[in-house]
Design a protein around this ligand. Structure first.
Ligand code: NAP
Ligand code: ZN
Length: 347
C-alpha cells in the first residue's frame, strides 16, 4: 500500500483538516500520479458539506488533478514515468453497458465511479480525490496533458473545462449563434472562453455587477445583470443557447423567456434545491432544457488537445492547502477569479 498525505472532511460541519491514508498498490492497468495541482470545484464544497445527501466520510475532495506519472502497471501502454497527466471527475465505469460501449463513460448505466466520495468497483474501497499527494488510477481514466501550457491553470480544465465544453459542442455552438452563460464562476468563465473561441456572440448573465469588466476581458460581447428586470426583458427570445452554471437555488423559468425558437437551456449547475419550471415557458418557441454531465474520456482528451492548440487555460488563484476552508467561504461569496487551485507542494 502507498502512504498518502491529504486534507479531508470528517463530517459535514468539520471543515477540512490534515489526513493520512493508503492508496492501493498498482494493478497491471494502473497509473500512479504525483499530484502537482488540484482545482477547487463547487462540487467539492457541495459534497464536503453533504449538500447532495450522499456524502461518505472521511472525504478527500478534488477532481481537477494535474500531475506527473511516477509508476505504471505492467500492462500500461499509453503512459510512462515522467509524463504529465490529468485526472478528472470519474475514475471508472462498468465498461459493459450500452452507454459505456458507446464511449459515454460519464453516463454509465451502472453509475460511473467518482474520483472521490464513491464506492469503487472492488466493492470495498471508497475513492479519495486530489487534495492529496498522489493518486492511483486505471489507465483508461488518465488523460494526456501538454507540457506547453501553465499546468496550474490546466487543472480546472479537468472538470470546469470539460463540463462547459461538452454541452456547448452538443448544442453545436459556432459563428452566428448567440450564447448566454449564466453565472460567472469557475464553470462560467470557462464557458465564456469556449463559446467565444467557437465563434459565438457571448453574453454573461450575472448577479454580480462588479464582474462586468472581467466578462468583457474574457471575450463576452455583452453583460446582463439578472436582477435588472428591464435589461432581462429587452432580451426576450434573444438567445440560441443558455449555459446554466449556477450553484445556488434558482428557477429555470426566470431564464427560459430569453430563449428564441428551439433555444436550449443547457443545465450544468447542481444546486440541491429543485428548480421551478413553467411548461408555458417551454412550449413557447419549442424550448428545451438539457442536462449535461462532464464529458466522456474521449471528449475530455479532445478538449485538452483543443486547449493546447488554442492556448486556452483557466484563470486561477493558486493557494496553499492550509487555507482550503477559507477558500470555500470565498467561493460561496463569489470572491474568486475564477478558480482556486491548490499547490500540492504545500501539503
Ligand atoms: P462557482 O465557481 O461557485 O460559480 C457559481 C456561480 O453561480 C457564481 O459565481 C455566481 O455567479 C452564480 N451564483 C451563485 N449564487 C447564485 C444565485 N443565488 N443565483 C444566481 N446565480 C448565482 O461554482 P462552479 O465550480 O462553477 O460550479 C457551478 C455548479 O456546477 C455547482 O453547482 C457544481 O456542483 C456544478 N457542477 C456540475 C458539473 C456537471 O457535470 N454538470 C460539473 C462540475 C460542477 P455570478 O456572481 O456571476 O452571478
Ligand atoms: Zn467539478
Amino acid at each position: 500500500m502507498i502512504a498518502t498525505k491529504a486534507y479531508a472532511a470528517l463530517s459535514p460541519i468539520s471543515g477540512l483538516a490534515p489526513f493520512e491514508f493508503e492508496r492501493r498498490d498498482l494493478r497491471p492497468d494502473d497509473v500512479q500520479v504525483e499530484i502537482l495541482y488540484c482545482g477547487v470545484c463547487h462540487s467539492d464544497l457541495h459534497q464536503a458539506r453533504d449538500e447532495w445527501g450522499d456524502s461518505i466520510y472521511p472525504m478527500v475532495p478534488g477532481h481537477e488533478i494535474v500531475g506527473k506519472v511516477t509508476a505504471v502497471g505492467t500492462s500500461v501502454t499509453r503512459f510512462r514515468a515522467g509524463d504529465t497527466v490529468g485526472v478528472g471527475v470519474i475514475i471508472d465505469s462498468c465498461n459493459s453497458c450500452k452507454n459505456c460501449k458507446a464511449e459515454y463513460e460519464q453516463y454509465c448505466l451502472d453509475g460511473p465511479t467518482g474520483t472521490y466520495n464513491a464506492m469503487e468497483r472492488d466493492g470495498i474501497t471508497i475513492s479519495q480525490g486530489g487534495y492529496s499527494s498522489q493518486i492511483v488510477v486505471k489507465e483508461k481514466f488518465v488523460l494526456k496533458v501538454a507540457d506547453t501550457l501553465d499546468l496550474k491553470a490546466v487543472a480546472p480544465l479537468l472538470c470546469a473545462g470539460i463540463t462547459t465544453y461538452s454541452p456547448l459542442r452538443y448544442a453545436k455552438v459556432g459563428p452566428g449563434m448567440k450564447v448566454g452563460v449564466i453565472g460567472l464562476g469557475g464553470l462560467g468563465h470557462m464557458g465564456v472562453k469556449f463559446a467565444v473561441s467557437f465563434g459565438a456572440e457571448v453574453t454573461v448573465l450575472s448577479t454580480s455587477p462588479h464582474k462586468e469588466a472581467d466578462a468583457k476581458k474574457l471575450g463576452a460581447a455583452k453583460f446582463l445583470l439578472t436582477k435588472d428586470k428591464a435589461q432581462m426583458k429587452a432580451h426576450d427570445n434573444y438567445f440560441d443557447v443558455l449555459l446554466d452554471t449556477v450553484s445556488a437555488s434558482h428557477n429555470y423559468s426566470s431564464y427560459l423567456h430569453l430563449l428564441g425558437l428551439e433555444g436550449k437551456l443547457m443545465v450544468v449547475g447542481l444546486p440541491a434545491e429543485q428548480p421551478k419550471v413553467s411548461p408555458f415557458s417551454l412550449i413557447t418557441n419549442r424550448r428545451s432544457i438539457i442536462g449535461s454531465m462532464i464529458g466522456s474520456m474521449k471528449e475530455t482528451q479532445e478538449m485538452l488537445d483543443y486547449c493546447a492548440e488554442n492556448n486556452i487555460v483557466s484563470d486561477v488563484e493558486l493557494i496553499p492547502i492550509q487555507i482550503i476552508n477559507e477558500a470555500y467561504e470565498r467561493m460561496l461569496k463569489g470572491d474568486v477569479k475564477y478558480r482556486f487551485v491548490i499547490d500540492l507542494k504545500t501539503l
